[in-house]
Design a protein around this ligand. Sequence first.
Ligand code: MGD
Ligand code: SF4
Length: 752
Amino acid sequence: HAFDVDKWVRGSCRLCGVGCRVDLGLKNGRPVALRGVKDSRTNFGYLCMKGMLFYKLIRHPDRLTKPLYRARKDQPFKEISWDEALDIAAKAFANSVKKYGNNSVAYYGSGQALTEETYLFQKVMRAGLKTNNVEGNPRLCMASAVGGYITSFGADEPIGSYSDIEKCHCFFIIGSNTAEAHPVLFRRIMRRKLDNPDKVKVINADPRISPTSRIADIHIQFEPGTDLALLNSMAYVIIEEGLYDKDFLSNYATFRVGKAKKEVGFEVYKKHLQAYSPEKAAKICGGNVTPDLIREVARIFATSPATMSLWTMGINQRIRGVWANNLIHNLHILTGQLCKPGADSLSLTGQPNACGGVREAGGLCHILPAHRPVEIDKLRHEVEDLWGVPRGRIPAKPGYHTMAMFQAINDGKIKTIWINCTSPVQSLPNADKYIKGLKREDCFIVVTDIFPTRTTEVANLVLPTAFHFEKTGVYGCTERRSQLTLKALDPPGEAKPEVWIVREWALRLSKELNDPVIKKCVEPFIGKEEGFELPKAIWDEYTQKLTKGRDNDFRGATYEVLMQMPDGVQWPAPTKEYALKGGTVKKFVRGLDPLADEHAKDDKPYQFYGPAHKDRKLWVWIRPYKGPAEAPDSQYPFYLSTGRIIDHWHTSSMTGRIPELMSANPYSFVEINPEDASRLGIKPGDMVLVESRRGKNLLPAKVVEGPMKGMVFVYWHDQHEDRMINRVTKDAFDPGSKEPEFKICSARIKRV
Ligand code: MGD
Ligand code: SF4
């Protein structure tokens, strides 16, 4: 290697959900380079620009290095000691609990926090402070995918793995700009296509032509929100033309309808699909969708030797996100495009640890660690027993979900909140509405971050934390794979790892509330050195105690094992011997998944033991088409959609501080279809007012054959007040997953 470094330290990328393996290069103790790990079967040594450059944040001059405090939000911050800061945090939470009750406090975390961090925060909140007000940004991101997997397959998270890509013959990419949001994974898909241009088909279904569409054989462009009709129509063709897999269906599937999850017959399902003949669906979908196009893609999907669907926020961030997920799974169940090599219904995760930390370790208001719904008494008591706290300590009722949590702040019901590793002021939809609440003087806000952000502007107490590679811990990516990142250097100034902060805060909280059970939550971790021993002890408790006997049994993936594996381990991995082979590549398949063997009830090759489906079957759902919460009308005639750009990560609080990335994309802009631009007299670079019923942005125009006619698209990373697009988006959410519809609202545009 040409790098001039003294030492390489192994970890995973800090940014997106692909989970690329990286080595951080140090020279004289300073970070100087990042390289991809060649032995990795995830990224094969490749990195995208963000992944290659994030080491520049480690010693960035803007880093927060001292605790900051102000009693009132209209005062300037002053630097204080950790002792003072932890006392203030403990008193704020204790006073709220004493005065307003346990549900007046909350934790709002992140799919970028380490698993050990989320686990410890939620343990103290639930068993210590007796509240399930534990949420995080994965609600804005993956909640619909969780709902889809649980209702269709009986268990969260994908069956297959990235390695299916190299065996896949038909990629059905819907609602995902993989090329920009998951660049290194897209490289694998592109490689597969370029190496097999005729054998491999790529179908891209999206209202916007994006860099992902470049490799597509077919681009289906439909009106935003109409894909539920498209997916039902593909199912119609598959059945009408007899392209379904009768054996797979009779062995492994049942048909379901409604809230009561009632089982119905195949004929009832067929009848429901009559409303979605290609002729009828094409009319609903608009764009370039014709009956022939629907027939063609349904045939390719069903008859290809192996089909993989890939999707992200275009499907999840919708008021019917769970249904959209179900309808994709339906196609796989009908055609048997599951469990065999190269076939999978694979939801791509946005963040590096939304799966590992939040979905698996209990980071949402309704789930306890290891996929245990909080409402189920037996499972809740199991957790209380494992933690050694009295039964009844964890409330049975889920806490506030994200949108309800920020509404509760608006309503003055939450008095103290801890916001960790996320910046809701910029990332919540209809942001202005919630910023009002966050500015309330009667809501005390603690923020843990590495940089000042839009959210630290509304905080009372800002605590500086260690960044990636300044602490040890685990990230779990899309494909059920967990990977360890080792501490390589100390954090700057007085910044501290979150696990230390939570432990010390909990000890003070225990005294403030005179409640020994709070201390009990962190007792196993007292005295542990914070760089390695402390996170290790937390990981050990979580994996050895909490995942035992669960569908994500991960007892084999100890730190010792994770340190030996170039790519970490995929769960389930109940034993060290098994984890040392890499874990489970395909869930539910006998011979590949130890739990499928353990739970086998017959000699069938697939065993769907997911805990949510007692019948051990996959469920094909009857889900009707339903449009978006807000469709264009005469006043606001455009669809507005938002998403990521390759150079930036989310709110750009990190990537916006990397000069190379900033100069590549310094600000956001609005993409407008050339036909609309010409009709409205908008030329490239003109300043355009983008306005909805909630707010407005002023953005330069990019005139491009990207969004379809009647639609505009805005990148959401820009922190500038005039270009923060979440001041314009809508906060309607899916009634099942509670995930907001960032991807669709109506707007008008005007050249200024
Ligand atoms: P990030 O920029 O990822 O955005 O939105 P956010 O989570 O608000 O925030 C991460 C924060 O963590 C940064 O402030 C960073 O400085 C801080 N940080 C980095 N490392 C550490 C660390 O080690 N410890 C701590 N404590 N902090 C650290 C994401 C959210 O946004 C998501 S997940 C989605 S999917 C949504 N997507 C979306 C969209 O598509 N369109 C629109 N319009 N809005 C969206 N908002 C949602
Ligand atoms: Fe990091 Fe994602 Fe880029 Fe890989 S693709 S280097 S995980 S940002």
